[in-house]
Design a protein around this ligand. Structure first.
Ligand code: SF4
Ligand code: SF4
Length: 133
């Protein structure tokens, strides 16, 4: 996939059982790449990656079917609170938190699974990372 956009799809109890994602893929003629998911019969959310050229149509198609779509930053790291201990680097499954050349810890936002992960938020002893939204 070329340039892509990550969005969070939130399903409710009413629409979680419907094959909405496959309908949107067929209708829009573009893949919707599922990166992570947290779902049960009460609803849930999935993080997906969409080709940037198709993102507007795909978002509209999900919203028309009652799915809430969020496009935004997923976690935020407060560099003033961070002491570069590296605890979050060890736990991140996506290598989204890593040591920079100067040994400071940086967040690579485009790798982060965010809301459906959140492991680093609870791991940080400084409470320097928080989920957004
Ligand atoms: S939320 Fe998960 S994927 Fe994102 S930086 Fe934290 S540990 Fe890594
Ligand atoms: S766990 Fe917290 S204090 Fe440690 S490097 Fe990560 S963000 Fe910084």
């Amino acid at each position: 996939m070329a340039a892509s956009v990550r969005v969070i799809l939130r399903f409710s109890k009413e629409n979680v059982d419907r094959p909405i994602t496959s309908q949107v893929i067929l209708e829009q003629g573009t893949p919707v790449n599922i990166l992570s998911a947290r779902m049960n019969q009460q609803g849930g959310e999935i993080l997906v990656e969409i080709d940037a050229d198709h993102v507007e149509g795909v978002i509209k198609a999900f919203r028309e079917r009652g799915v809430t779509v969020d496009v935004r930053r997923l976690i935020e790291k407060d560099d003033d609170k961070c002491v570069d201990c590296g605890a979050c680097v060890s736990i991140c499954p996506m290598d989204a938190l890593t040591f920079d050349d100067d040994h400071s810890v940086i967040l690579l936002e485009d790798r982060c699974n965010g809301v459906t992960c959140g492991l680093c938020v609870d791991t940080c002893p400084q409470r320097a990372i928080r989920l957004i939204g």
